[in-house]
Design a protein around this ligand. Structure first.
Ligand code: KG4
Ligand code: ZN
Length: 347
């Protein structure tokens, strides 16, 4: 079975062709760099660009897989969560492509897509690799920070999520305060390279969060994340420094701030590994590209699976990967499907 998958939940216009054994035949990602000068994604601009790019990206994904639309058996698409206008472009395109040939359509949850990126087969060190449940999955991106207990291919149980900013958002906001461009994660990481991670002290929420309003409860306690205090702490530190000090100590500030974000992610992941006794951890989302996080993960005793960066950041191959294990709707039952902006779809 050949799956054509689309993903347009944020600012990347993505299409991929995936086989039902998890082989990726093409994975096309068109990143809309137009948002950088605004310091973040502008939803209306993102939707308009998806509209311009989606057909080109789909055509390229088919071409790179050396197939035509006639050879597609199933269309998959991200239904939510994400920017509604952006999601609607992908959803409408997927419906049209599927309906034209009366194909079935699989509507996929974006977070399940990040989890399913681990089920995809890719080449590494000359071998073919995929990660099978059960495992713990840490998803850290610009929009989400989540610890998921993945016991099968079909879904996951949320053990913890962020109560305020996402980890990538913490990188982006910190980077902005340090005068760096958007997206801030890679820029902050580069600045941190020459810095001392112990130069400044930042709160890492090492203590177990008490689990206030909206908290997730697992194993009788909260494994939720919080990055707002860290961000405020950076703001206060910058205020205490003179302009010259801020410039001279920028790399120390970046290194210490990065270390605090990574430490918070690691503490929660280690707690969850401890509680679940799973001994296996997978990672996804844009922050998984961070070298400091990857270094810390490598030190963990658990078996750790970090897919290549192109499969960690938003992409359509992961949506095709999830579609392998999702019941598809037959034509024409999907024509009335709507996108959803927030929340996780119930299992
Ligand atoms: O998964 P993603 O591409 O898009 C979504 O947000 O869904 O993640 C983007 C986020 C941004 O916040 C970006 O700053 C962060 O991932 N990021 C990084 C790095 N590369 C991307 N954060 C830290 N270090 C990096 N190397
Ligand atoms: Zn994402």
């Amino acid at each position: 079975m050949t799956i054509l998958a689309l993903e347009t939940s944020c600012d990347d216009t993505c299409a991929a062709v995936v086989d039902d054994d998890g082989t990726i035949r093409s994975n096309v990602i068109s990143s809309q760099r137009v948002h950088d000068r605004f310091g973040g994604v502008v939803p209306e601009i993102a939707s308009r660009h998806h509209l311009e790019l989606v057909n080109i990206v789909v055509a390229q994904s088919l071409e790179e897989a050396s197939i035509t639309l006639e050879q597609v058996d199933l269309v998959a698409v991200t239904q939510g969560p994400g920017l509604v206008g952006a999601l609607l472009v992908g959803l409408s395109t997927a419906k049209a492509l599927a309906a034209a040939r009366e194909l079935p359509l699989a509507a996929i949850d974006h977070l399940q897509g990040h989890v399913a990126a681990n089920f995809l087969v890719f080449d590494r060190d000359g071998g073919r690799e995929a990660f099978e449940p059960p495992f713990l999955c840490l998803i850290a991106s610009g929009g989400h920070t989540l610890l998921a207990h993945v016991s099968d291919h079909e879904g996951f149980q949320t053990l913890g999520r962020t109560l305020d900013d996402a980890a990538g958002e913490a990188f982006d906001k910190g980077a902005r305060m340090l005068g760096l461009g958007y997206p801030g994660g890679p820029a902050l990481e580069r600045l941190a390279e020459a810095g001392d991670p112990d130069a400044f002290e930042f709160p890492t929420s090492g203590s177990r969060s008490r689990g206030g309003r909206g908290a997730t409860r697992a194993f009788g306690r909260s494994l939720d994340f919080s990055f707002a205090g860290l961000k405020t702490s950076l703001l206060y530190k910058l205020r205490e420094l003179t302009e010259v000090e801020r410039r001279e100590r920028a790399s120390d500030l970046a290194a210490s701030y990065q270390a605090a974000i990574v430490e918070h992610l690691m503490l929660r992941a280690e707690e969850a590994l401890d509680l679940t006794k799973l001994g296996r951890l997978a990672v996804g989302g844009g922050v998984a590209a961070n070298g400091e996080l990857r270094r810390r993960l490598a030190e963990l005793g658990a078996s750790v699976h970090v897919p290549p960066s192109v499969l960690c950041t938003d992409n359509a191959a992961m949506i095709g990967g999830a579609a392998r294990f999702t019941a598809a709707l037959p034509y024409p039952d999907y024509l009335g499907l709507d996108a959803y902006a927030t929340g996780e779809r119930p299992r």
